[in-house]
Design a protein around this ligand. Sequence first.
Ligand SMILES: Cc1cc2nc3c(=O)[nH]c(=O)nc-3n(C[C@H](O)[C@H](O)[C@H](O)COP(=O)(O)OP(=O)(O)OC[C@H]3O[C@@H](n4cnc5c(N)ncnc54)[C@H](O)[C@@H]3O)c2cc1C
Length: 512
Amino acid sequence: MKQIAGCARIREEIPDILHDESRFESGVPSLVCFPETIEDLQNVLSDAAAHGRGVTFIGAQTGTTGGAVPDEGTCAIAFSAMNRIRTISWEEGKPVLVCDPGVTLDTIERFLDAPATWPYQIPGSEKLAPGAFFYPPDPTEMTAQLGGTVATNASGARSYRFGPTRSHIAWLDLVLADGDTITVRRSREGSASWDRRLTTDRGTILTVPALPFNSPEIKNAAGYFSSATMDAVDLFIGSEGTLAAISGIGIALQPAPTILSGLTFFGSNDDAFNFADFLQKEADVAAIEFFDNGSLRFIDQYRIRLPDKIPEFPKEAKTAILWEYIEDQPGKFETIMERWEEALISCGSSFDATWSGFDDAEKERLHSFRHALPEMVNSIIAENKRSCREIRKIGTDSAFSAAEFRPAYSEMMRMIETSGLVFAAFGHLGDHHIHINLIPSTPEELSAALKLYDELMALALRHGGTVSAEHGIGKIKKKYLRAMYGEEAVAAMCRVRAALDPKGMLNPGNLF
Ligand SMILES: Cc1cc2nc3c(=O)[nH]c(=O)nc-3n(C[C@H](O)[C@H](O)[C@H](O)COP(=O)(O)OP(=O)(O)OC[C@H]3O[C@@H](n4cnc5c(N)ncnc54)[C@H](O)[C@@H]3O)c2cc1C
């Protein structure tokens, strides 16, 4: 197992490990380990426990909340060398893809597209036809590792239809803070819920206290999951590495649908929101993604820098919706086109004001458009950071109920427009979850953005929203977790943590 010890070597040889996409930094760890096997991982954790040293788990560090940012003097465990797709087990005729935690999402996509030509033998893959199955969570950033996405319960455009990461996890292998191991499985539908007791592979019985709340019904990634019918596996999904290391993952693959998509332009937020309301009532819609005027102008301004060419937008375009439709029978989309065209016209748009994503080249163009925005925002932030080191993107991650979404969004927009800060808002309108990205360029704008963010979170909570629907809390959103749940509920989450990691050695500083 590769290890790099000593602050100076770490700073010199792997400086990027000191931050994630949030650009937040906390300190230099004294040791970075790259386990290759579960035994390596167990040894590192046992050793860290024996020396009373906290550990930080590091995936691909595409996280935006500092969760994978190590603290000064800790031990960092990077999963990049645990990166093999292990096997495909066929459970009741359905494929479960078994992966190491460091396997990236793009690796899974490439494997499923061409399993027969994979560079190494994967038992069970001989029954898998090319492109027949897919793994639905698509959190935009395909370099993310499976372990990181499970730890944050990541989700993406198609979570509107297929649910977040949580909906696709069949089981997890875990290594606890003392090096003991355990496997937690999703029970079959209709089986009894979890009795809150876990028996480890060494035979220790851990009793995990119940939480005094149910997780919100809206999309949410803040705090531990809690519901009367949850499985043990649900507790670990989205726990941000504070309960155990994820050392193996079984994902239930889904039959790959044929997806048709389109990017439709509108003249205002309201027109786009009205069309989204129409789509919510339609069957077989897989994604409803929104782009505000700031997002379109941002692409216009910086399109020259994009690797893939994106055509000019229609002149009157102010906002856009990227929609996806599952065509499970050839020609099905044609049967609904008339109804959709009527809805589009009533929202001031039409199929003429739509870029279609039907063939591969068109799909690729829409894909580039969708993926360009967050990366562009991040690269502008990186540029602004050159003149002021503290600069970072301040991005909201709140989701709302259908009833609260529009009033909350309008209030947020009024506050942001009054502030005069540069911003772009885009995201998962189908889940009533739009990321508002504030883009400061000076220290004064950064202070204004941070103050405004506090006000936006207070507003989100007043409207029954969540402070994080998909990015998690990490190290930089902790105060909002308290504001959302209250001191008592957070104390109960800390008791859950203490039942599994009594000394708080795993990912110290995350969540609490
Ligand atoms: C351009 C861009 C777009 C994005 N879009 C989305 C989006 O649409 N939806 C979304 O959900 N997210 C999005 N993200 C955020 C990010 O990709 C996700 O949070 C992702 O899940 C992080 O995966 P990672 O491997 O990079 O994890 P990291 O950032 O390395 O870690 C995330 C957390 O998981 C913990 N962790 C990592 N591996 C393990 C393990 N094996 N065991 C236990 N804990 C572990 C870390 O300690 C940390 O707390 C985006 C990021 C970028 C840069």
